[in-house]
Design a protein around this ligand. Structure first.
Ligand code: SF4
Length: 323
C-alpha cells in the first residue's frame, strides 16, 4: 500500500441471501457488490456513479463496515478493517464518517442540533467539558454556514439544505479523514445542490478531507471529483481521472450515461444513446459481459466471455472487449 493511499479496497463482494418460495427451499443470492477494487489517496475525491441498485451505496456501507462483506479486503490508513476488533473499529469509525442521502430521515427528530452534532464528540471523548463541547458545536455550525444560535433547534425547524448542513457538521465533529458522501444532494432542490457541493469542496480544503462521493448521475460528480468510477450491476466498469473520463469515455455504458447530460453550448451536438431496457436482476447477472443485454456495441464475444477491468491508457481502466 503506497504511503499516500488512505483507503484500499480489494475484490470486495457482498451477496445478500433472499428466501425463495416455500417449494424452492434453497436461498437465492443478490450479487450487490461483486469484485470491487480501487484505491483512494489522501485528499482526493473519487466519484462513484451508477444507476440505482448497482451496488454503490452497499460499497460505501461495506467500507464503513456498517454491513459485513461476503469476501474481500478494505484497508483504511494501513489497518485491515474486517479484522479489526470492536475497540479498534470504534477508533477507526471516528476517522471514517458518512453523510446520508436523506437529510429528513438521517437526523433524530427528538434531538436538538447541539445534541446531534455533539453526539460524536461525547462518544469519542473529544472535549473535556460541556462548555468546550458547546463551543466546538458552535464553531462547526459556523463552518457549515449555519448560525450558532440555531443549536437549540430541532431538525424539523430547518429546510432540507440546512438539515444536510447539520449532517455535514455532525460528520465533521469527530475530525474524520475520510467522508463517504452517499448521494448527499439528490434529495435537495436543484437550486441548493450547488451550494452544498461548494461547501463540501471548501471543507475538503480546510480539513484535508478525502471523499468517496456516491451519486447516480455523472453530472453531479463532474466538478467535485478528481477521479470517477462507473459501476454497473455490482462491478466497476470504468475508472479514470475525471477530465479524461468526461472527454474520452471508453465503456459503452459510460458513453450512454454521458450522452444523457445536456451540453450548455447549443452549437455542440452529442448523440443521445438510449439504454435498452432496465438493468438485469442482480440475482442472476448475465453471462459474459454483464452489460451485453443493453449494450449498443455488443458483438459475438460479449455474451460468452466476461471482460476484465484493465488499464488501457495511463490511469484509465475499463472492462470491455473493445479495448
Ligand atoms: Fe458492450 Fe461487449 Fe464491451 Fe460489454 S464487452 S460493454 S457488451 S462491447
Amino acid at each position: 500500500m503506497a504511503n499516500d493511499t488512505l483507503l484500499q479496497v480489494r475484490d470486495l463482494r457482498k451477496y445478500f441471501d433472499i428466501k425463495r418460495g416455500f417449494f424452492w427451499g434453497e436461498a437465492a443470492k443478490v450479487h450487490a457488490v461483486d469484485g470491487v477494487s480501487f484505491d483512494l489517496t489522501h485528499g482526493e475525491t473519487l466519484g462513484l456513479v451508477g444507476e440505482s441498485g448497482c451496488g454503490k451505496s452497499t460499497t460505501g456501507r461495506l467500507i464503513l463496515r456498517l454491513i459485513e462483506p461476503t469476501s474481500g479486503e478494505v484497508t483504511f490508513d494501513h489497518v485491515p478493517i474486517f479484522q479489526a476488533d470492536k475497540a479498534e473499529m470504534r477508533r477507526l469509525r471516528q476517522r471514517m464518517q458518512i453523510i446520508f442521502q436523506d437529510p429528513y430521515s438521517s437526523l433524530n427528530p427528538r434531538m436538538t442540533v447541539e445534541q446531534i452534532v455533539g453526539e460524536g464528540i461525547v462518544i469519542h471523548k473529544l472535549c473535556q467539558t460541556k462548555a468546550e463541547r458547546r463551543e466546538r458545536v458552535a464553531d462547526l455550525l459556523q463552518k457549515v454556514g449555519l448560525s450558532p444560535e440555531q443549536m437549540n433547534r430541532y431538525p424539523h425547524e430547518f429546510s432540507g439544505g440546512q438539515r444536510q448542513r447539520v449532517g455535514i457538521a455532525r460528520a465533521l465533529a469527530v475530525k474524520p479523514k475520510l467522508i463517504i458522501a452517499d448521494e448527499p444532494i439528490s434529495a435537495l432542490d436543484v437550486s441548493i445542490q450547488a451550494q452544498v457541493i461548494n461547501l463540501l469542496e471548501d471543507l475538503q480544503e480546510q480539513f484535508d478531507l478525502t471523499y468517496l462521493f456516491i451519486a447516480h448521475d455523472l453530472r453531479v460528480v463532474e466538478h467535485i471529483s478528481d477521479r470517477v468510477a462507473v459501476m454497473y450491476l455490482g462491478q466497476i466498469v470504468e475508472l479514470a481521472d475525471s477530465q479524461e473520463l468526461y472527454a474520452r469515455p471508453l465503456h459503452p455504458y459510460t458513453e450512454a450515461l454521458l450522452s444523457a447530460i445536456p451540453i450548455p453550448d447549443p452549437t455542440t451536438k452529442r448523440q443521445r444513446i438510449i439504454l435498452e431496457g432496465d438493468p438485469p436482476s442482480p440475482i442472476h447477472p448475465p453471462q459474459g459481459c454483464r452489460f451485453h443485454t443493453r449494450c449498443h456495441k455488443r458483438f459475438d464475444r460479449c455474451d460468452k466471455e466476461e471482460p476484465a477491468l484493465r488499464e488501457v491508457a495511463p490511469r484509465h481502466w475499463v472492462s470491455c472487449h473493445l479495448y
